[in-house]
Design a binder for this molecule. Structure first.
Ligand code: G6P
Ligand code: MG
Length: 218
């Protein structure tokens, strides 16, 4: 039996509720464009890059724009998102996440962060948790966004751990698909309806205990 050797965490929606800030910023842009945009539509944006999200939003609204306009509007959305991030306080980290990571480290488990966000480092700094991670991989370092496995494979290779010995924690459907395509185990954070393909689905990250890793051994 092979034990899990590394845990790779997504950021937005897994470590902190920045997924909600992304939603608020996209919703504000949708309102400006006269696009009806619901929390259900937002599920499709989770885990995917900024420009891919822009394309999904326009598809929802049946709107076509030039690349130049798309870039300009995506930058505008990012300014609003960064405003939220700048007002964040360290207490916004989800309860139990720090303790879970510390317990995993005590067991000798390597810890990675793999987020499609180009703002990931700033968010980690706001929460004062950057030093908890052995490796941080973000949207500035990959070509292909989740559901492509690139980001998780890069995190595993930087950790020096084989993909099969990694477990990913993800709240996005695209993220669960990416983890499985990378040949990793995956714990879905959220609803079984959306994340049913994961090896296990829990409501919040703190529902996972370090001892549960044994149940993911293979
Ligand atoms: C994460 C979030 C997405 C977001 C993406 C890009 O994956 O789940 O909702 O669109 O990062 O974030 P960025 O901060 O680079 O716009
Ligand atoms: Mg996420």
């Amino acid at each position: 039996m092979t034990l899990i050797k590394a845990c790779i965490f997504d950021l937005d929606g897994v470590i902190v509720d920045t997924a909600h800030y992304h939603f608020l910023a996209w919703k504000r842009l949708a309102d400006e464009l006269g696009i009806a945009f619901t929390p259900e539509d937002n599920e499709r944006l989770k885990g995917v890059s900024r420009m891919a999200s822009m394309d999904i939003l326009l598809e929802v609204g049946g709107v076509t724009l030039s690349d130049h306009d798309k870039e300009r509007l995506a930058n505008k959305k990012n300014t609003w998102f960064v405003d939220y991030v700048e007002r964040m306080v360290p207490e916004e980290i989800f309860p139990g996440v720090k303790q879970l990571i510390e317990k995993l480290k005590e067991k000798g488990i390597k810890i990675g962060l793999a987020s499609s966000s180009k703002n990931a480092k700033t968010v980690l700094q706001r929460l004062y948790v950057e030093p908890l991670f052995d490796v941080v991989v973000d949207g500035t370092m990959v070509k292909n966004s989740k559901p492509d496995p690139e980001i998780f494979l890069l995190a595993a290779s930087r950790l020096g751990i084989a993909p099969a010995d990694c477990v990913v924690f993800e709240d996005a459907e695209a993220g669960v698909e990416a983890a499985l395509a990378a040949g990793m185990k995956c714990v879905g954070i959220g609803s079984r309806d959306q994340l049913g393909k994961a090896d296990r689905v829990i409501r919040t990250t703190s529902d996972f205990q370090a001892a549960d890793l044994a149940t993911l051994a293979h």
